[in-house]
Ligand binder design. Structure first.
Ligand code: DGT
Ligand code: CA
Ligand code: CA
Ligand code: ZN
Length: 586
């Protein structure tokens, strides 16, 4: 765990413990907000112990929370956290993870029934004492029971690559209902986060159409359980690989589409800031629209004809315009969203014209060279690089120098078999633990493109990892640093090099840093992309294609790049054939 992750976790825990103790919401929110801001912050904040000024100017981190982060950096603990932890049973964190249980209910369970963990909670269900709590009925208890099983099965956040096809199936299902004008997914999934807590679906429907849409939603193939089905919201649980994921449906009138899309896309911090801005301008924003501020306590959407008084709301663009805000792409709507400068023109999926990291049957891919090139051509690409593994990746069928030489000849002759796409002879060469590459320079010099990646020794200490990656980045024959940390989301933390140094060296040597689009990797991650761009580095977005379906992952790599603020100009895969060729030959 990085220092930022640790600090974020500690602050989040403080927020939850304060909440469970029934403390002031403002104080709770300040900690939760700072926790998210730290998690989203690119630069490593370890140095805050010696120099607390690194914490200044981080949107969402106030003086008090900054002092706690500095204390953590200096001493390894936060005294307030320890004090709270002595008062709040740790098992309540598990209870809070039960879907549908919020801090108020959990606090009541703790205070009145002595619940301090999942076992206690189960006991109150078995002996019916849970029914003594306010608003607790048989249906809710049934959901809690299933929720305990969910938490025990370890279901947590779901990878973007698992959630996206499910969300698209739900959107298609809602869109297929006659009368439904629009449907889309919102939430963290639309913002392109690497994992999502749940899936948020929106649709435009009213009256009987809305009822039909709710029915379609709740009966979508893959739905295991309906958690709630009401006029205002439906929630279901669906199979998601070996895990489960919750999806919520919200239906709104066409006039409110943009406001609802903006609200449910979030992030929460972004919404709070946009609302504040609206209030300063004498208007009020909610999920139904942007309305003139008045003293009537009834929300506009509940007044007869109230929706028609909206200043804006049918599209997101109308709201941004009315508030004189730049139109921020969903990927840029995290806590640190920049309201003061024109947003960068972000790279799009359609801009990508080259795959520079792909495997064939020569190592661990399933396609021949010509099949790979045909696939790339079908995507409209002008270039594809064949980069099979090097000899040390023995399990992945890495090539000996002799076999690589033969493979280069095969790549060159395949180029004669297929028109309309350039096939490059390359290698994904292992960066050995000490920073040496897995082939000699004279062999690497025969290749059109060299992707250097770490595959083994992924737990080495940060100083060694930094030296190792720097050796590859500064190597004159290396074009791209492949999946730089080697992390696997939810499985393996990977290397923790000093990214500032790596990025600065990459910029100096014109070596591109890869965003590996495989949704288990997304490595570089979003925050590292932002950091790398600030140092002037180039970025590559590659699918690391082993199988035809891997090409579908490109969207996740692009989403990650957009979260980091990547433009077409700085993305080597978006360059023209000529420009890419010049850079490879430099
Ligand atoms: P997730 O599901 O944990 O990956 O993250 P989100 O961002 O999808 O969060 P979720 O599903 O709880 O809510 C979806 C969006 O709805 C969220 O991004 C912003 C909006 N929203 C939900 N609750 C609140 C709230 O209490 N305040 C504000 N301002 N916005 C909220
Ligand atoms: Ca969500
Ligand atoms: Ca949600
Ligand atoms: Zn690879």
């Amino acid at each position: 765990m990085t220092f930022n992750e640790l600090a974020s976790q500690r602050l989040e825990e403080i927020a939850r413990m304060l909440d469970l103790l029934g403390e002031d919401t403002f104080k709770v929110n300040a900690h939760a907000r700072a926790a998210r801001a730290i998690a989203d912050h690119a630069a490593d904040l370890k140095g805050a112990g010696d120099d607390p000024s690194v914490l200044e100017g981080i949107e969402g981190v106030g003086a008090k929370t900054a002092a706690k982060i500095a204390e953590l950096a200096r001493t390894g603990t936060i005294k307030e956290h320890a004090d709270l932890a002595a008062r709040v049973p740790a098992g309540l964190f598990d209870v809070l993870r039960v879907p549908g249980l919020g801090p108020k209910t959990v606090r009541a369970m703790w205070q009145t029934l002595g619940v301090t963990g999942l076992d206690d909670l189960q006991r109150t269900i078995d002996d019916d004492s849970i029914l003594s709590l306010p608003r607790m009925g048989a249906k809710t208890v049934e959901n809690i029971k299933a929720g305990i099983a969910t938490v025990r099965s370890g279901a947590g956040r779901v990878n973007i690559g698992v959630a996206t096809p499910i969300a698209e199936a739900l959107v298609a299902r809602i869109s297929g209902v006659p009368g439904v004008e629009r449907a889309a997914f919102a939430g963290s999934l639309r913002r392109g986060r690497e994992t999502v807590g749940d899936i948020d679906i929106l649709g435009v429907a009213e009256g009987p159409t809305a009822e039909a849409a709710r029915e379609a939603f709740c009966t979508t193939p893959g739905v295991k359980r309906v958690l709630a089905r009401g006029e205002s919201r439906c929630s279901v649980e669906l199979e998601a690989g070996s895990s489960i994921v919750q999806a919520d449906l919200k239906l709104v009138p066409a006039r409110s589409w943009g406001a609802a899309l903006m609200y449910f896309t979030g992030s929460k911090e972004f919404n709070v800031r946009v609302r504040e801005r609206a209030l300063k301008r004498g208007v009020t924003l909610n999920e139904y629209g942007l309305f003139p501020l008045d003293n009537d306590p009834t929300p506009h959407h509940q007044r007869p004809g109230g929706l028609e008084t909206a200043v804006a709301g049918d599209t997101e663009a109308s709201i941004f315009k009315a508030l004189e805000l730049p139109e921020l792409a969903p990927e840029l709507r995290e806590s640190a969203a920049d309201f003061d400068h024109a947003p960068p023109e972000l790279v799009t999926l359609q801009d990508i014209r080259a795959e520079l990291h792909a495997h064939t049957t020569a190592s661990d891919g399933v396609m021949s060279i010509v099949q790979l090139a045909t696939l790339a051509k079908s995507k409209g690409f002008h270039t594809v690089a064949v980069t099979d593994h090097s000899k040390s990746s023995a399990l992945a069928g890495g090539l000996s120098p002799e076999r690589l030489r033969e493979h280069i000849r095969n790549v060159r002759s395949a180029g004669n078999e297929i028109d309309g796409i350039r096939i490059l002879a390359g290698s994904e060469v292992d960066i050995l633990a000490d920073g040496r590459l897995d082939y000699d320079d004279d062999l690497l010099a025969e290749l059109d493109v060299v992707v250097a990646s770490p595959h083994a020794a992924l737990t080495q200490d940060p100083a060694k990892a930094t030296a190792r990656l720097l050796a590859a980045v500064t190597h004159p024959l290396v074009h791209i640093l492949g999946h730089p940390t080697g992390r696997l989301i939810g499985h393996r933390a990977g290397l923790e090099p000093n990214m500032d140094e790596i990025a600065a060296a990459a910029a100096e040597h014109q070596t591109a840093l890869e965003i590996n689009a495989n949704w288990l990797r997304l490595d570089l991650r979003d925050t590292h992309v932002r950091l790398a761009l600030s140092k002037g580095a180039l970025i590559a977005i590659n699918c690391d294609t082993h199988h035809p379906k891997d090409a579908e992952n490109l969207r996740y790599g692009v989403a990650t790049s957009r979260r980091g603020g990547l433009s077409k100009e700085r993305c080597v895969n978006a360059w023209t054939r000529e420009r890419l060729g010049e850079w490879l030959k430099r």
